[in-house]
Write a protein that binds this ligand. Structure first.
Ligand code: ATP
Ligand code: MG
Length: 428
């Protein structure tokens, strides 16, 4: 404990010499308390979002590539509603994992909606009583079904899985009951508060969840948007609207999507400046990296600013931990630090996995069915398919993207950032 405390003091001291109270390359989704200080641009898309809400489009998607800023964008829009004289009730985001069952999905929505309503004033006593009753049932059900998951870890997951099954047969609180309670809550919100409920369903990407299951689950909510005062925003990968509209229940219920493009280099720079200013502890703070370094990180990120911020964050951590002299570092130093943090991810892979990444970084995005890739790898389609499937579990290494009707794979930013090193030679 003492040692840890001492270590933390030393780190804080070094951080202070640089002029910051914490690592300025903040790399998480922007949370309400810091959002307006750190958020840049997106004005046009924000307008579009509010327009969709005004048009009463009750269900639409925010689509964009990995780490482009989708979750932060939604938060920015939902927090800025006063700008347009609206203040819908916004719930916490709902996510769907590969283990999410129908019941756990609906229970998590009920909880999120109840929690959001709890902090709003203006509800009648009668409504409060009704909500209280629903909350009691929901809490008991969640305790029974998600206790394990909340405790986290592998054991937790196992428990949820086994319970999720028994839960489906629970005679007490069925999906129909839950949907009817959601309807009632929507009506209470409309009558007492004259507000809609804004419900974000986030992280809808094929490597995080089963999109066919998502189509089914989102389809369950269809009736809520027509009659019961809900706005549902689905946030995920490009093509999400097309995918979600593929079932009978959800066909033609989605309004136009909002497509988020990557931030320009100028905006990325602005975002960095805002971070440096926000986290500084004194006036003469030192900018750790010069513009050439930012340019190359931006280039490697291919629009994934989540990776860009995360990489700068880890690079700065190395400067701190190794107690580098306080000054602004240029490319030559920064590339060494970058290699130091990224090479391990590559080095720990098996030889044929490395080979695939090297080949793809040379020939660009390809699909396992492309002859050129098969010849370069000297492997058949099935073997390559297995490799890409495994590697794309980590989208910093390999990413799947749609190119005119077919899926291709391209190397992720970790591999791009190693392009000038001897690591990307064909392994012998
Ligand atoms: N407009 C913005 N201005 C400044 N920083 C931003 C902006 N948008 C996103 N960021 C930052 O970029 C990173 C990625 O943002 P976010 O998590 O919102 O992206 P995402 O598209 O939801 O990512 P994922 O694909 O992982 O879900 C975060 O560190 C966030 O703080
Ligand atoms: Mg996100």
């Amino acid at each position: 404990m003492v040692t840890n405390g001492k270590y933390a003091d030393i780190i804080n001291d070094i951080m202070n010499q640089w002029g910051y109270h914490s690592n300025p390359y903040y790399d998480h989704e922007l949370q309400p308390d810091i959002l307006f200080d750190l958020f840049v641009n997106r004005e046009v898309s924000i307008e579009e979002f509010y327009k969709s809400m005004k048009l009463n489009t009750s269900m639409f998607c925010i689509e964009g590539d990995y780490g482009v800023g989708k979750s932060s964008f939604f938060r920015r829009c939902s927090l800025g509603q006063e700008q347009i004289d609206e203040s819908n009730i916004v719930t916490n985001k709902i996510t769907i994992t590969k283990d999410t069952s129908e019941n756990s999905f609906l229970l998590s929505i009920l909880s999120a909606v109840l929690n959001a309503l709890k902090i709003s004033s203006g509800l009648s006593q009668e409504s409060k009583d009704e909500l209280g009753e629903i909350e009691n049932v929901v809490t008991t059900q969640r305790e029974q079904s998600t206790e394990g998951a909340l405790s986290g870890g592998l054991i937790g997951l196992k428990q949820t899985r086994t319970k999720a099954k028994s839960e489906q047969h629970s005679p007490n609180y069925t999906s129909l009951n839950m949907l009817s309670d959601l309807s009632n809550i929507g009506r209470i919100c409309e009558i007492d508060l004259d507000k809609k409920i804004l419900l974000p369903i986030d992280d809808l990407e094929s490597e995080k969840c089963d999109l066919d299951q998502v189509v089914y689950l989102v389809g369950l909510l269809r009736d809520l948007i027509f009659t019961d005062n809900y706005n549902i925003i689905c946030i995920g990968e490009p093509g999400l609207r097309e995918k979600l509209s593929s079932s009978g229940r959800t066909r033609s219920v989605f309004g136009e999507s909002i497509f988020l493009k990557e931030l320009s280099f100028n905006d990325f720079n602005k975002a960095i400046e805002k971070r440096l200013a926000y986290f500084k502890s004194k006036e003469n703070n030192t900018s750790p990296f010069d513009p050439d370094v930012l340019k190359i990180i931006y280039k490697y990120s291919y629009g994934d600013i989540r990776w860009a911020f995360n990489t700068l964050n880890r690079m700065f951590e190395i400067l701190i931990r190794k107690n580098y002299i306080v000054k602004t570092y240029g490319l030559s130093h920064a590339l060494l630090v970058l290699k130091e943090i990224e090479y391990r991810a590559f080095d720990s892979l098996e030889k044929n996995e490395q080979m695939l990444l090297v080949v793809l970084s040379k020939i660009g995005p390809h699909s396992p069915s492309d002859k050129e890739l098969q010849e370069a790898m000297n492997m058949d389609r099935v073997t390559i398919q297995k490799l890409v499937q495994k590697l794309s579990d980590d989208n910093n290494l390999l990413r799947k993207k749609k190119e005119s009707r077919k899926f291709v794979y391209e190397v992720g930013p970790v591999i791009k950032s190693l392009e000038n090193t001897d690591l990307l030679k064909i392994p012998s």
